[in-house]
Design a protein around this ligand. Structure first.
Ligand code: HEC
Ligand code: HEC
Length: 215
């Protein structure tokens, strides 16, 4: 405290005193730029890293790593702290912190597929957008089914109404009808064969069969 007073006296001697301590900015001590903190980020690994990565050493260990490190490299670095130096972090922490470090200090982008996968480990592949589910009527049209079928009248092939009636109560209906569409066939409704539609995807076969059985 004595020393502090002495310094104040010195400063007053330098005529800053009149300006008031608060305005003495030009003489205030300038700290070197603060490098020993982690770069802020909205990623969940930021608070986690602040909490867990400063237990043993300063953030300079991270700041001084070479730039451009990938997600795999940063995650391995965090994993090394866990396995080799005994940092008290879980595997999930390693992954979350790895993402933060790779995006903030390394070459990774938040939009990268591996970054997204690490951020949402339980999400799996993104769910198919509802819009991607092709409308059954559009499928009937695009595959030319309506040249031979209509909903409620026999054309070349049976009316879908009649098909639905035939399979009513059959627990295997969906599988059988999907298979009929995929493989085509003859003899179930007469002698005229139905051509196979092997190129239709399983999803679309399902959509078509479901639709037809609802008629
Ligand atoms: C339990 C103590 C401990 C914790 C917690 C810890 N580290 Fe380390 N870290 C070390 C030691 C020990 C070294 C090696 C020091 C040396 O070589 O001087 C080190 C070194 C580093 C280095 C320098 C490169 C290297 O591999 O030596 C980086 C980068 C690093 N740590 C990142 C992290 C990150 C990121 C975290 C948080 C996930 C973390 N550390 C948490 C102990 C720890
Ligand atoms: C060239 C005419 C033709 C086209 C095109 C055609 N079908 Fe058929 N379809 C038939 C005929 C003929 C039958 C009756 C076959 C039989 O008797 O086994 C039939 C039967 C069916 C059946 C009943 C199968 C069963 O198990 O009873 C379904 C369901 C069906 N078609 C759906 C479709 C769908 C869906 C498409 C388009 C992807 C399509 N068809 C395109 C002629 C056609």
């Amino acid at each position: 405290m004595k020393r502090m007073k002495y310094m104040m006296t010195l400063l007053c001697a330098a005529q800053v005193c009149l300006a008031g301590w608060a305005n003495a900015a030009p003489l205030s001590i300038t700290l070197p730029p603060e490098t020993a903190v982690l770069k802020p980020s909205a990623l969940p690994g930021y608070p986690l890293a602040q909490q867990k990565c400063s237990i043993c050493h300063s953030a300079d260990y991270i700041n001084f790593q070479p730039p451009g490190m990938t997600l795999a490299q940063w995650t391995a670095e965090a994993g090394k702290m866990q396995h080799v130096y005994g940092a008290p972090i879980s595997d999930q922490d390693v992954s979350t912190i790895g993402v933060y470090l790779a995006v903030t200090y390394g070459s990774a982008q938040t939009s990268d597929a591996d970054v997204q996968a690490a951020l949402n480990p339980s999400a799996g592949p993104p769910p198919a957008a509802p819009a991607a589910k092709v409308d059954a009527m559009a499928l009937l049209q695009s595959n030319g089914c309506l040249a031979c079928h209509s909903i409620d009248q026999k054309v070349v092939g049976p009316a879908y109404h009649a098909v639905a009636a035939k399979y009513a109560g059959d627990p295997q209906a969906l599988v059988k009808v999907a298979s009929s569409i995929q493989h085509g066939g003859t003899g179930k409704w007469g002698n005229i064969p139905m051509p196979p539609f092997a190129q239709i995807s399983p999803d679309n076969l399902q959509t078509l069969a479901t639709f037809i059985l609802q008629q």
